[in-house]
Write a protein that binds this ligand. Structure first.
Ligand code: NDP
Length: 518
């Protein structure tokens, strides 16, 4: 394979300009709210770095097709970078249409000759084996994920990897019980499924897609995002280790056009996509009329609603977790805080105090709360939307915190005085930016929460169970959390309304998406 130039990236000065475009207008943390745990305090935590050596990242990776590593037809590679240091991590094959064709061919053969003929309980054994291997190699996966994506090691170690293993475990249990998933009907696999996944939860999104697909008897061609291919390629190694029959899982790296080539291939019977609404629309248009099954998990602009009777400290923690988990690069992030007017002032003060204690920096440090933004492109998106918030008249606040000299980092950001018409209240920022809107009555809260083109998730904070039920029933969101946020479980379905997409992943509903039943 011949090496190509690294993708053009904005110079460091440009990236940092995006992060600090607004310092003159940003109100610094008031000294009286800055907490004793702030980085400058003598109580600040000592560094606790995870070992980089746990990840055995190779200098170059090919495509995983038919159980083997292959060079891409183009002979070209792209480089994947560590967002926290801007250092190149590895060269990764740049697949194209021809490679997609080969991968779909391998998956089609594997489905026809092997996987569809295998006894369901035998399929289950492979899924259990994959789950076990993921658990055994969990530290290697966590470190690789953090190096490639910029997310804090605490999250990849405690959330992404365990949940990925849990998905394979859960769906392994379904593999030989499919007749109970569709009682009275005959469950059948679709055949070959094409899956395109994003960069915010690379391994977890892979697990959400591959585990139910295999349990239902399908074979897979999966394309990871170009900025986060490494855990998917490490997963290819897990497939080999588990002795999965060749062609059952194919993982090919390459640009968006290759994703479209997978989706539109006539041999692909079902498509699953997670990513931006704009690409989701293109995929839906691209496959229109082909009779394929399609699930789309797209963007979100979730309302996290805090009523005046909410347990105050828990609600503050829930709002912090809702927006700063994974740097806010989460489709279901609680990016709109709806707080009742009677408690708004106190709540915002407490929120600022808590934000002052967030440790932003090295994702490999076990104390880090907010890691690096995945790419310069995402930094620019965040910077542009934050600038629009200031220009449209919202008040911006950021805690005093020193960002690392290298890498793509963005300060936790709070907007108050936000109008529903502002772009920061309507558009998905996909960064550590919270937009606050106040309300007076329950009806007003519901109306404002639903005033969005999206409908993926929402949160409710109140002491009253009846209020939870009343409000949840009226929220147009696929997932509604009550007195918690960002909780995931393989048994729970996840998905959206409106521009957040359609179809569900996870749970029994997520299995249905991979079955045809007659
Ligand atoms: P994209 O939707 O472009 O990327 C998601 C996946 O789709 C990637 O694997 C990407 O490949 C692939 N892709 C891109 N173009 C096509 C295409 N034409 N046909 C098929 N597949 C394609 O997201 P971005 O990375 O551009 O992020 C932009 C915004 O999208 C973010 O700011 C955020 O708002 C939102 N987003 C939402 C996510 C969610 O979980 N709902 C996840 C990621 C982003 P490649 O990486 O090679 O371009």
């Amino acid at each position: 394979m011949s090496s190509e130039q690294p993708p053009k990236r904005p110079a460091r000065v440009v990236k940092r300009a995006a992060a600090s475009a607004l310092p003159a207008s940003v109100a610094p943390a008031a000294p009286h709210v800055a907490s004793a745990l702030a980085a400058s305090s003598p109580w600040a935590y000592a560094p606790a770095p995870e070992s980089r050596e746990l990840a055995l990242i190779r200098p170059r990776y090919g495509l995983f097709i038919d159980g083997q590593e292959r060079a891409p037809a183009s002979g070209e590679v792209v480089i994947t970078y560590n967002p926290a240091t801007e250092e190149p991590l590895a060269e990764v094959a740049k697949g194209g249409v021809e490679d997609a064709d080969r991968a779909v061919g391998a998956a089609e053969r594997a489905h026809r000759k092997v996987w569809s003929r295998l006894a369901p309980r035998e399929r289950a054994k492979y899924l259990y084996r994959i789950s076990r291997i993921l658990q055994e190699r969990s530290r290697e996966f966590a470190v690789t994920e953090t190096l490639d994506s910029g997310k804090p090691i605490r999250e990849s170690r405690d959330v992404d990897v365990p949940l990925a293993a849990a998905h394979f475990w859960y769906y392994a249990g379904w593999a030989d019980k499919l007749q109970y998933a569709v009682p009275g009907r005959r469950p059948e696999s679709h055949g070959v499924v094409g899956q395109v996944i994003p960069w915010n939860f690379p391994l977890l999104m892979l697990a959400w897609k591959i585990a139910p697909a295999l349990a239902a008897g399908n074979t897979v061609v999966l394309k990871p995002a170009s900025t986060t291919p490494l855990t998917a390629l490490l997963f290819a190694d897990v497939c080999r280790q588990a002795e999965l029959p060749p062609g059952v899982v194919n993982i090919i790296t390459g640009p968006g056009e290759m994703g479209m080539a997978i989706a539109t291939d006539p041999r692909v019977a079902k498509v699953a996509f997670t990513g931006s609404t704009s690409v989701g629309i293109k995929i839906a248009q691209g496959i229109a009329g082909q009779g394929k099954a399609l699930t789309l998990e797209l963007g979100g602009k979730a309302a996290n609603i805090v009523f005046e009777d909410a347990a105050f400290d828990q609600a503050v923690e829930g709002v912090i977790n809702g927006i700063f988990f994974n740097q806010g690069e989460v489709c279901c992030a609680g990016s709109r805080l709806l707080v009742q007017e009677s408690i708004a002032e106190d709540f915002i003060a407490r929120l600022k105090d808590r934000m002052s204690t967030l440790r932003v920096g090295d994702p490999m440090d076990k104390n880090t709360d907010v890691g690096a933004i995945n790419s310069p492109a995402q930094m620019e998106t965040i910077g542009e939307l934050v600038s629009s918030g200031v220009a449209e008249g919202a008040n911006i606040w950021q805690p005093e915190c020193v960002l690392p000299d290298r890498g793509w980092f963005y300060k936790p950001t709070l907007f108050t005085n936000v109008a529903q018409s502002h772009r920061i209240a309507r558009e998905e920022i996909f960064g550590p930016v919270l937009s606050t809107i106040t309300f007076r009555t329950v009806d007003e809260a519901i109306e404002k929460a639903n005033n969005t083109a999206y409908g993926l998730s929402a949160g409710i904070w109140t002491e009253k169970g009846s209020q939870i039920l009343q409000v949840a029933a009226q929220l147009k969101a696929g997932v509604v959390w009550a007195n918690t946020f960002n909780r995931f479980d393989p048994t729970s379905p996840f998905g959206g309304y409106k521009e957040s997409g359609y179809g569900r992943e996870g749970g029994l509903q997520g299995l249905h998406a991979y079955l045809r039943s007659s």
